[in-house]
Ligand binder design. Structure first.
Ligand code: ATP
Ligand code: MG
Length: 556
């Protein structure tokens, strides 16, 4: 008899790693790294890279290093280092070692002198413009620099003096001596070092020359004996240089593999653009709940598990595509549905008086989460006066309106069935009070009234509390804010991406709301307490609606 095993589809990185393990490469060891540049906060694209690097290592009993790619002192800062570490931990991953490319500056300097010694690198005095001019184009070969044939001794001397601060910024660079006619522009004597009199967040003023990305990255991988250096597709043309450096320096043979970066609609993800949004006050900061940053998503109430689940769902591909932001929201909703505590909040309250309700009121028991029995119950006070949503009552409703209207009975969630009697308006004709009668024998859970209703309305008791509620929408009004080269992406910012509601009335239990906890406001969506909350004022963020309102709009 044949035994059929379930076929598990593997992504191309898993296949590569499994092959390497099968061949006994590096004794079957798997060591990946996540190499952020500490020049901004992590965004959802980085989450994909984190999930891939940490996920693969975990799957194959390996480890992952966290390496800060801090070779550009001008844009980097310790604030970013701290935020990056916090975000990775929040996603649920642990690194084996915390390293900094700047820790390797001495070794990298030594590697550079080795290349010079082998006649494979030279100091060039050309300006950046002159270097660009001689570089050629993808279809035309470049031309050699007049300084290309300096002697090893002269190069060693000049490079040491570059390091010692004898030359002004921009006056000299160190270049690899490869091939000015290479079809790959990155191989046309790429820059290895530049002079920069800048204070570095870790090495201070020790260095005035800094390695270029291409000279630091691969060598750092090699120093750490990274087995699989996984990066995004735009680094494919850098790979020959990555391999060249490793080969010429005869150092540990790390290998680079590329996958398609995450692109998402209605979003920008370049740190440069996100920094502009922050600096020009289009958002309140890197952790503004509308930002695609992990800190923004955390503040917005996205559970880390839902982000990991999203990264898992989109998979690993070799070709770029654009992911619908609705998929991320779907993952968030799925997770919150299981975990969020249910409560009632009325966004636009109108007073409701139950004319036949006698006595001082009662306490009703409400289930905290029908998806989770262990979440237990809470009490809500109920009485003659409560508040309901203004839009849940219509005097003259269209067909198919099943909420409260003359002749149309509804249930008050966790409570009784009610029926309209009359109402009071102010001088402008606006309804200020709705009067109803209730059916005492229709109490939820012990209903003997046999009245059928189609809708259960949410409501809050007279003792409801106030809060500021921030409602968010897409930050951009077009699917691809990056598409038009002639238009500044900021022109596409959604002016209504945040709407603040200060009228809302909330179930009193929410005055003890916890940070980091999610609440489902019955019929409205998922919400969480914002860090702007104080003992005087509660602030809630809307995390996501209950249903995908965008899918509906797009279908129209
Ligand atoms: P940005 O373009 O936003 O500035 P970056 O690539 O310069 O991003 P790094 O800090 O260098 O940012 O990125 C760290 C790692 O995260 C790199 O390996 C990079 O390839 C990866 N990464 C960055 N953006 C994405 C993305 N959108 N999807 C997948 N991986 C990404
Ligand atoms: Mg980068």
């Amino acid at each position: 008899m044949e035994i059929t095993e379930p076929i598990e589809s593997k992504n191309f990185l898993q296949e590569i790693i499994e092959n390497d393990i099968a061949e006994g490469k590096h004794d079957g060891r798997v060591l990946t790294r996540f190499p952020p540049e500490p020049n901004g906060y992590l965004h959802i694209g980085h989450a994909k890279s984190i999930c891939i690097n940490f996920g693969l290592a975990k799957q194959y009993n390996g480890q992952t290093n966290l390496r800060f790619d801090d070779t550009n002192p001008v844009t980097e800062d310790t604030e970013y280092v701290e935020s990056i570490k916090e975000d990775i931990k929040w996603l649920g991953f642990d690194w084996a070692n915390e390293y900094y490319a700047s820790d390797y500056f001495d070794t990298l300097y030594d590697y550079a002198t080795q290349l010079i010694g082998k006649g494979l690198a030279y100091v060039d005095d050309l300006t950046a413009e002159q270097i660009a001019e001689l570089k050629g184009t993808p279809t035309e070969p470049g031309k050699n620099s007049p300084h290309r044939d300096r002697s090893v001794e002269e190069n060693l001397d000049l490079f040491r003096r570059m390091k010692d601060g004898e030359f002004p910024e921009g006056s000299k660079v160190l270049r690899a001596k490869i091939d000015m006619a290479s079809p790959n522009m990155h191989m046309r004597d790429p820059l290895l070092y530049r002079i920069k009199y800048a204070h570095h967040h870790r090495t201070g003023d020790k260095w005035c020359i800094y390695p270029m990305y291409d000279f630091a990255h691969g060598q750092s991988d090699s120093i750490e004996t990274i087995t699989h250096s996984i990066c995004t597709l735009e680094f494919i043309p850098h790979r020959p240089l990555y391999d060249w450096c490793i080969e010429k320096l005869e150092i540990f043979p790390s290998r680079q593999y590329e996958f398609a970066r995450l692109n998402m609609n209605y979003t920008v993800m370049s740190k440069r653009k996100l920094l502009q949004l922050v600096n020009e006050n289009h958002v309140s900061g890197w952790d503004d709940p509308r930002m695609p940053t992990l800190s923004g998503m955390r503040r917005r109430g996205y559970p880390p598990k839902s982000i990991v689940e999203f990264c898992d769902k989109i998979g690993v591909a070799k070709r770029e595509n654009i992911i619908d932001i609705g998929l991320l929201e779907f993952c968030v909703r799925e997770d919150l549905n299981k975990t969020a505590t249910r409560v009632m909040v009325v966004m636009d309250p109108v007073k409701l008086v139950i004319t036949n309700y006698e006595g001082t009121g009662e306490h009703l028991s409400a289930e905290n989460n029908p998806e989770d029995q262990s979440a237990g119950h809470r009490n809500i006070s109920f009485g003659k006066v409560i508040y309901i949503e203004r839009e849940d009552f219509m005097l003259d409703p269209p067909k198919g309106y099943f909420r409260l209207s003359p002749g149309n009975k509804v249930r008050l969630k966790y409570a009784y069935i009610i029926e309209y009697e009359n109402h009071i308006t102010d001088s402008e004709g606006r309804i200020t009070e709705i009067h109803v009668k209730y059916y005492p024998d229709s109490k939820s859970g012990e209903d003997t009234s046999s009245i059928k209703v189609k809708t259960a309305l949410h409501w809050v008791p007279e003792s409801a509390i106030n809060a500021e509620i921030r409602l968010y929408d897409r930050l951009f009004v077009v699917e691809n804010p990056n598409s038009d080269k002639d238009t500044d992406f900021k022109e596409f910012i959604n002016k209504d991406s945040m709407v603040v509601n200060t009228r809302a009335m909330l179930e009193p239990i929410l005055k003890d709301a916890d940070f980091g906890k999610s609440y489902q406001f019955f019929r409205l969506g998922y919400f969480c307490l914002d860090k702007d909350s104080s003992s005087e004022k509660l602030v809630f963020n809307k995390t996501v609606g209950l249903k995908d309102s965008w899918a509906k709009i797009l279908q129209k």
